[in-house]
Design a protein around this ligand. Structure first.
Ligand code: KG4
Ligand code: ZN
Length: 336
């Protein structure tokens, strides 16, 4: 059996995992950084320093939990883009030094794509071709995977991301952060047709998304209502906002999956936790014989098990990185 030791440090979670090449998890430890809370956002320099403090201990604990030695490891995996550059460099430098010291291959992966491969852990037997719908705070993309190591972006947002829109709307309603889970919960008891917010780029042949118009429409709607009214109709407004954000995701992903004759859609990213998106997308896709997969909630958040999962197809294909590879912060799915 071959084992992969994986590292994730792209933002404010340090994580180290051990998986075998059948996607079985032996350890997946995460150390989050509450130190940023008092600043109201992630401080990049502080994040890098905390990754440096945590990574060695987490690595030791992961191997201990997996009941393995470094000598049992067949390859080292690490996410190198996108993310905070200082944070990425900590994980990459650590991974490189282990790969060099133990003379094992280094496998570098894209953090965003690794969210997709979390599905491979939860749903054994999954394989390409498939459509991936990646929806997070910073990204909204549809990606066609012909093979696990060969993909093409077939649609993406032209402006704001879906998660960002949830967060902004919740903020405008005076709710907390992150807004997605709060609106999701409120929307359970609301009427999605209470307010009809616009759905941008609704033309049948358009597979891109746009959320800036929806954001403006939400802002001006809320601006014109009294605080009492918003308070009283919180659930209905939340459900209407949620529908405006998730409807285009559902329509476009099912439409392009049908056009490309794909039989499965893999959901990934923080917004994949949204209950309306999960249920409505599954129902609509199922109607056309397309099955929707999403990761378990604990694998939806940043973790190193998903980094290992994205590295496994590359390990099997012998797609390794040289030890002088660099991390980069650029958004998107440029590199697997
Ligand atoms: O992938 P992710 O954890 O991280 C980044 O993008 O950095 O995604 C975070 C986003 C936030 O915008 C949050 O509001 C959204 O995912 N989110 C949700 C839900 N849970 C998290 N959005 C809608 N419904 C949810 N249940
Ligand atoms: Zn992430």
């Amino acid at each position: 059996m071959s084992y992969i030791l994986a590292f994730e440090s792209s933002c404010d979670d340090t994580s180290v995992a051990v998986l075998d090449t059948d996607y079985r998890i032996y350890a997946n430890l995460i150390s989050s950084q509450p130190q940023h809370l008092e600043f109201g956002g992630v401080l990049p320099e502080l994040a890098s320093r905390l990754h440096m403090q945590n990574i060695l201990k987490l690595c030791e604990l992961s191997l201990e939990k997996a009941e393995l030695e470094l000598d049992d490891i067949s390859a080292i995996a690490v996410s190198i883009n996108p993310g905070l550059i200082g944070s990425l460099i900590v994980g990459l430098s650590f991974a490189k030094s282990l790969a060099w010291a133990k003379s094992v291959p280094l496998i570098t992966v894209n953090h965003l794509l690794s969210h997709i491969f979390a599905n491979y852990i939860d749903h054994p037997g999954l394989h390409a071709p498939f459509l991936a719908l990646v929806v997070s705070g910073g990204h909204t993309e549809m990606i066609h995977f012909r093979r696990e190591t060969e993909f093409e972006v077939v649609g993406k947002t032209l402006d704001d991301a879906a998660g960002e829109t949830f967060d902004k709307a919740a903020k405008l309603m005076g709710l907390g952060f992150p807004g997605g889970p709060i609106l999701d919960k409120l929307a359970h008891n609301g009427d999605p047709d209470f307010v009809r917010f616009p759905r941008a780029l609704a033309q049948k042949d358009n597979f891109n998304f746009s959320y800036s118009g929806v954001k403006t429409a939400i802002r001006s709607y809320l601006h014109n209502q009294s605080t009492d009214f918003i308070q009283k109709h919180q659930a209905d407004i939340a459900a209407s906002i949620q529908a405006a954000i998730v409807d285009p995701l559902i329509d476009k992903s099912v439409r392009i999956a049908r056009q490309l004759q794909l039989k499965c859609i893999l959901l990934a990213g923080g917004v994949a936790a949204n209950s309306a998106l999960r249920t409505k997308l599954s129902q609509k896709a199922e109607h056309y014989g397309i099955h929707v997969y999403y990761p378990s909630l604990q694998l939806c958040m940043d973790n190193a098990a998903m980094v290992a999962a994205a590295a496994i197809p590359k390990y099997k294909a012998g797609l390794f990185s040289p030890l002088d590879v660099n991390a980069f912060s650029q958004k998107g799915t440029k590199l697997l």
